[in-house]
Design a protein. Structure first.
Length: 230
């Protein structure tokens, strides 16, 4: 991987470059990592894997290794066929209806975390409690700030969010994103795949600042952080 901005550097070590996620002080720092095609698609045939390559996968592994916990929506866990990971994974699901027989739960290296709501069906919450650490964050809709607070209480300071787009949009709307890592895949996908963020239009603000831009094998790796209000 070679860095193009803020200054040329070839090669650059991703572990060093991405190792400076700033503290969020009052809550865990949240880094969002996503991939999109040149034309903005975040999936091909419903999954993101068709957009990636060795360079993207290598950075993906680095970002996971630097996280204390991965935050992901239940739909993404199902679509991307998540299996056991070396890092704790917090899965968001209002219904708490998950595939309890999948290897993600039955072969977990570290017990997963299920983030759900008080209104979730009691039998499903019981199943979750048998296989995972359960966080109740909100009555009917997941309160992401409360969920992050619960993760902080468990000692997690660095959160890697992996989508999907609806979760990303909710994090952005709540002002809970501290860094956005976007891989631009050298593909044209077409179709009706969602964008990186899905949901209501976000309020205007000071915008985001490009912290670094790298390239490898025609993939672009962009890293943005929110600009400080003036």
């Amino acid at each position: 991987m070679r860095q193009l901005l803020p200054f040329p550097c070839d090669p650059v070590d991703p572990a060093v470059l991405y190792g400076d996620l700033p503290s969020a002080r009052t809550r865990p720092a949240v880094r969002l990592n996503m991939i999109a095609s040149i034309d903005g698609a975040t999936a091909v045939a419903g999954v993101s894997g068709g957009l990636g390559g060795p360079a993207d996968q290598a950075l993906f592994a680095v970002l996971r290794s630097q996280a204390d916990v991965v935050l992901v929506a239940a739909g993404t866990v199902r679509a991307e066929h998540y299996g056991p990971l070396n890092v704790p994974v917090a899965v968001l699901s209002r219904s708490c209806r998950l595939d309890w027989d999948s290897s993600f739960f039955t072969a977990a290296i570290t017990p997963p975390i299920v983030v759900t709501v008080a209104a979730a069906p009691a039998p499903e919450r019981k199943k979750a409690a048998d296989l995972a650490d359960v966080i109740i964050a909100g009555e009917r809709d997941v309160d992401l700030a409360a969920a992050l607070g619960a993760l902080a209480e468990r000692g997690y300071a660095r959160v890697l969010a992996e989508g999907g787009p609806s979760l990303n949009g909710q994090l952005a709307a709540a002002g809970l994103l501290d860094e956005l890592c976007l891989t631009v895949s050298p593909l044209l996908a077409g179709g009706d795949a969602k964008r990186v963020l899905a949901g209501p239009v976000l309020p205007s603000g000071p915008g985001w600042q490009l912290c670094s831009l790298c390239e490898q094998d025609d993939f672009l790796f962009l890293r943005y952080r929110p600009r400080s209000p003036r």
